[in-house]
Structure formats: structure tokens, C-alpha cells
Design a binder for this molecule. Structure first.
Ligand code: CP3
Length: 344
């Protein structure tokens, strides 16, 4: 399919083209900080919500409209891709996610099933519905990056230090490589299915990659992120987001994403200089600022915009996911402030 390049400001910024205003969307923009979301979640579980194309589309559309953002991200979860591989996932109230049969050895690996992207057709269906409702506002598809997915598969849940993951990497690099290769292919196929359903950009979340040393990132992780990204580029722009990437930002860029998602621990201008003028960047307001009231929000948003200096190729976002405690009106206020301060 040959589509004319979209005029949507978000997509123009992803392509590095100048825009009349800096586009903005928020990491985790649909979620528990919203009253409407909490009400829905009191009736259906997270997995039921993710598996219902109608409900997932509704949550996606409603969050984007309420916020007035320049893109919507499809409501889903990075862990969904693990299920068709034979991993059992559960989300218990008040706890993080759990993987009931983690992968910790070559023998566990051998038990994984062949990935069938058809098992996630409901996500494509949600993308289709959300895109139809929001057009011409773009819908972003997403997936977890191989390392972050592997960390859940190996640890069996969330982890502070990712000790088991890194122990496997160093004890049995062959098994680790095989696991990441499986996840990279699954991620590539899954992202492609979302693009076929109408996603106009995709984001790869490598949320926990900052727990690696630069050497370990380069040797054991970068090649697999590159594979996942290459399987979906160049059909749509790929946003490659990670946290704690400051020590190996250039390697992170070399994975091949079109836009590098920066966390709030780096200064946007210095990071952009390191990435080079041809790079596009997304970020990077500390989400905690949204808990500090309107004056702080305006002041800190302006600092991020000042560091971007109106350069083409900046997508404004938080430097990590929005906190549950964020007042909904203040999230909306941030969007309006960024549009107002960046109007050219
Ligand atoms: O608008 C959106 O961005 C929402 C869609 C979305 C969800 N998860 C739904 C969800 C997205 C983009 C994700 C990505 C995701 N999932 C990541 C990467 C994001 C990042 O910020 O780096 C990760 C690490 C996960 C795995 C995961 N899912 C965790 C660790 C948790 C528990 C955390 C918590 O806040 O309780 C989840 C559950 C989850 N996925 C929620 C949402 C909205 C929590 C709310 C709920 O239970 O309803």
C-alpha cells in the first residue's frame, strides 16, 4: 500500500520535518490516574481489557481525546507477546505482573512454543478500531524489546536488579542468545501485524535495559533489538525508548530506531548532540513534575522545550510513565502548555 506521507505533526516530527508546534503524547497516557479507567477496571481485569478490541480501543481513544495529545498509543501490555510462546502471565491486584513458568535454563527454552502472531489478532483489531475512530490522529503500536521481555520471562516478574537475567546471560550466553532471538522475531512479527492493522508508528519499550553494563548491552542485547526494529522498518517510524541508557546512548541509537526515546536522567540537548543532528528524539520531562502543580509544570516543560530549541524532530513526552497519583487536569494542562509555548 502506498500512502501519501501524513501531515500529522507527530509523524512529521518522527520524520525530522519542521512542525508548527511541538507534538506531544504521554507514556502510559491511558491508565489508573484516570477516573474513567479506574471505573472500567473495577468491572474487568487488565487481561480482559487487553483482550477485548472494543474496550482496548475505547480506552485508547478516550485517553487521547481527553488529553488533546498528538498521537494515541494502543492500549495493550508488553507481556501479551509472552503468552503465545507458552508463558503463563497473571496480573494480581496490588502486585506487579507474574510469569508462572519462568525460563531459566536451556531446558525451559526447549519447552517454548512456536510463536503464532495470530494469537494476538485482538490487538490488531483494537488498532483498527482506534485508528478508525481517531483518524487523522495517528495510533502508535508497541511491543517490549527483547531484553525487557526476557527480563520478565527469566525473573518471573518485576525486578530491581535483574540478577537472574544477567546471571543467565553470563552463565549460558548461548541460551540467552536463543531466548533473545526468539523474542526479537516474535516482536518483529507482532509490530508488523499492528502496522498492517493501521498503526502509523511503533514504539519498542526497552524499559529495563539500563540495568546492563555498556559491554553487555553491545554484545548480548543490541543485535536483537536491531533485528526487531529491522523487521518493522522502514514501513513506519520506530521509536526506540529505554531508561538508564545514558552510558551507552550511541549504541542504543545504533539499534536503528528512527526516534530515540530519552528518559529524564539526561539533558535533552546534550543527549541530542551525542546522537547527532540527523537523529530525532522523544522526551523527556520527569513524570514527577506532574505531581508538583501548574507553576512547576510550566517551568519544567519550558526547560525541556528550551533545550530542544525548536529543532525539527522533537516529540515531547515524559521521561518515563505517568504516575498513578497524577491529577488528570494537570496532565491535560501539560499538553496545552507544550502546544502554547512551542507555537512557531
Ligand atoms: O496508554 C498506555 O500507555 C497504556 C498501555 C500500556 C500498558 N502497559 C497497560 C498497563 C503500555 C504502553 C504498557 C507497557 C508496559 N507494560 C511496560 C513498558 C512501559 C514503561 O513504562 O517502561 C512494562 C514494563 C509493562 C509490564 C507491566 N504491566 C507492569 C510492570 C505492570 C504493573 C505496573 C503497575 O503500574 O501496576 C503492568 C500492568 C499495566 N499495564 C497497567 C497498565 C495501565 C497497570 C494498571 C492496571 O492494572 O490496570
Amino acid at each position: 500500500m502506498n500512502r501519501a506521507p501524513s501531515e500529522a505533526v507527530f509523524l512529521k516530527a518522527c520524520r525530522g520535518e519542521p512542525t508548527p508546534v511541538t507534538p506531544i503524547w504521554l507514556l502510559r497516557q491511558a491508565g489508573r490516574y484516570q477516573k474513567e479507567y479506574r471505573e472500567l477496571r473495577s468491572k474487568v481485569s487488565l487481561l480482559e481489557l487487553c483482550r477485548s478490541p472494543d474496550l482496548a480501543a475505547q480506552v485508547t481513544v478516550s485517553a487521547a481525546r481527553k488529553l488533546g495529545v498528538d498521537a494515541a498509543i494502543i492500549f495493550a501490555d508488553i507481556l501479551l507477546v509472552l503468552e503465545p510462546l507458552g508463558l503463563e502471565i497473571s496480573f494480581e491486584e496490588g502486585e506487579g505482573p507474574r510469569i508462572l513458568n519462568p525460563v531459566r535454563s536451556a531446558a525451559d527454552l526447549a519447552r517454548l512454543r512456536t510463536f503464532d502472531v495470530g494469537a494476538l489478532a485482538h490487538v490488531g483489531e483494537a488498532v483498527r478500531k482506534a485508528s478508525a475512530a481517531l483518524a487523522p490522529l495517528p495510533v502508535i503500536g508497541f511491543a517490549g524489546a527483547p531484553f525487557t521481555l526476557a527480563s520478565y520471562a527469566i525473573e518471573g516478574g518485576s525486578s530491581k536488579d535483574h540478577a537472574l537475567t544477567k546471571a543467565l546471560l553470563h552463565r549460558d550466553p548461548g541460551a540467552f542468545r536463543e531466548l533473545l532471538a526468539i523474542l526479537a522475531r516474535a516482536t518483529g512479527a507482532y509490530l508488523s501485524s499492528q502496522v498492517e492493522a493501521g498503526a502509523e508508528a511503533v514504539q519498542l519499550f526497552d524499559s529495563w535495559v539500563g540495568s546492563l553494563s555498556p559491554d553487555a548491552y553491545r554484545e548480548h542485547v543490541l543485535p536483537h533489538s536491531k533485528t526487531a526494529i529491522s523487521l518493522v522498518r522502514p514501513r513506519v517510524p520506530v521509536i526506540h525508548f529505554g531508561t538508564g541508557t545514558a552510558a551507552f546512548l550511541e549504541d542504543f541509537r545504533d539499534a536503528g530506531g528512527d526516534v530515540v526515546g530519552l528518559d529524564f536522567r539526561v539533558e535533552l540537548d546534550r543527549a541530542w548532540d551525542r546522537l547527532g543532528p540527523a537523529s530525532r528524539v522523544m522526551g523527556n520531562l520527569d513524570p514527577a513534575v506532574l505531581l508538583a502543580g501548574r507553576d512547576a509544570i510550566r517551568r519544567e516543560a519550558k526547560k525541556v522545550l528550551d533545550r530542544a530549541r525548536g529543532r525539527a524532530g522533537h516529540v515531547f513526552n515524559l521521561g518515563h510513565g505517568i504516575f498513578h497519583e497524577t491529577p488528570e487536569d494537570d496532565a491535560r494542562a501539560l499538553v496545552d502548555i507544550v502546544h502554547e509555548l512551542s507555537r512557531r
